[in-house]
Write a protein that binds this ligand. Structure first.
Ligand code: MUC
Ligand code: MG
Length: 367
């Protein structure tokens, strides 16, 4: 199982409906397909979605760091030597999406070599997850229509509402309109992507106290250290760290520093190996986790559900697994389907990612 080649293929697929949020917007899935080849002919596959406004990575930087730094460092190691692989990857700081895609592709190889599904190797808890859908910025009526369409079409009953606009009243009104239209049984939580100050966040939470929100995520920046701590201490609901807790050490810092009381785990950011470290850390500390979405395509979503369904704590809450629905197309030979509000795992060895060669030829950016 020696690594003989690591491919980083940039591709671009437009969104039918762009996703807008406080720190940016996405019109095109300009991702990188990562394929790790072994001397025995096994190929592990994953995707890296660049989020420049959150981690500084771009499609070009992901291709460059894999081609120029990671691929040469990994040649000759085997897929079983993940500790050595990560030791080498971690010589370079940052680049979370690039590192994570390499990690997940290696797990795909392990599964294929063993003839076992990766979800079983990770923990094998369940064969599916409940799905949570992210509702991006739009006028309140459009956000309500979007959520109603998603509930009717896919049976999804949990929604993460993007907030963090200025002034905050527009978001409060949108959350209220969503609660009134969707009724009391739908799960609603909010994600500010650092758009508000601590005091705006506190006022908004106070005004939404009757809406039955389950979580508040990154309402204000973690770098506003004392303001964020002040807010989290007063938050009536668990406060999720997402982009402020991108690896195990940051999770420790945010939780012990009182800047968060729950954690978003994103396989696009911590792969499977480091996601397990974060998960076990949260379990040890008694902190809730949610499977987050880095605006993944179908390949990334398959990775998220593989990890989320594999573990008990990640299965407790609906996972963010549906934003590929807003893309015009994808690369999988067998597209993902969400039914009755759930997404099932693929059967078979590895991750079960089959890439359609015609679609890849159509969307790749390097030819
Ligand atoms: C989220 O949870 O914040 C938006 C930016 C990003 O990196 O992920 C998304 C969703
Ligand atoms: Mg978030």
């Amino acid at each position: 199982m020696k690594i003989v080649k690591v491919e980083a293929v940039p591709f671009a697929i437009p969104y039918a409906k762009p996703l807008r949020f406080a720190s940016g917007e996405v019109h095109t899935a300009d991702h990188v397909l990562v394929r790790v080849h072994t001397d025995e002919g096994l190929v592990g596959t994953a995707e890296a979605p660049p989020r420049p406004y959150t981690y500084g990575e771009t499609q070009e930087s992901i291709v460059a760091v894999i081609d120029k730094i990671f691929a040469p460092q990994l040649m000759g190691l085997t897929a079983l030597e993940r500790e050595a692989v990560h030791e080498r990857l971690d010589r370079t700081v940052g680049n979370p999406a690039a590192k994570s895609a390499v990690d997940m592709a290696l797990w795909d190889i392990l599964g294929q070599a063993a003839g076992l599904p990766v979800s079983g190797l990770l923990g094998g808890y369940a064969d599916r997850m409940r799905v949570s859908h992210m509702v991006g910025f739009a006028p309140a009526a459009e956000m309500v229509a979007d959520a109603e369409r998603i509930r009717e079409t896919y049976g999804i009953t949990t929604f993460k509402v993007k907030v963090g606009r200025q002034p905050y009243g527009e978001d409060v009104a949108a959350c209220r309109a969503l609660r009134e239209a969707l009724g009391p049984d739908v799960g609603l939580y909010i994600d500010g992507n650092r758009g508000w100050t601590a005091s705006e966040s506190a006022r908004a939470l106070h005004e939404m106290a009757d809406l039955g929100l389950t979580f508040a995520e990154e309402l204000c920046p973690a770098d506003d250290v004392l303001g964020r701590r002040w807010l989290v201490a007063r938050s009536p609901i668990p406060f999720i760290a997402d982009e402020s807790a991108t690896r195990a050490a940051e999770v420790t810092r945010e939780l012990l520093g009182g800047s968060a009381t729950a954690i978003s785990i994103k396989t696009a950011r911590t792969g499977f190996t480091a996601s397990q470290r974060v998960l076990h850390e949260c379990e040890g500390l008694g902190v809730e986790v949610v499977m987050g979405n880095q605006i993944d395509g179908q390949i990334g979503t398959l990775c998220t559900v593989t990890f989320g369904a594999a573990h008990r704590s990640t299965s407790r809450h609906a996972g963010e697994l549906s934003n590929f629905l807003d893309m015009t197309d994808d690369l999988l030979t067998e597209p993902l389907t969400i039914e009755h509000g759930t997404l099932r795992l693929r059967e078979g060895a590895g991750l079960g990612i089959g890439i359609d060669p015609e679609k890849l030829a159509r969307y790749r950016q390097d030819t």
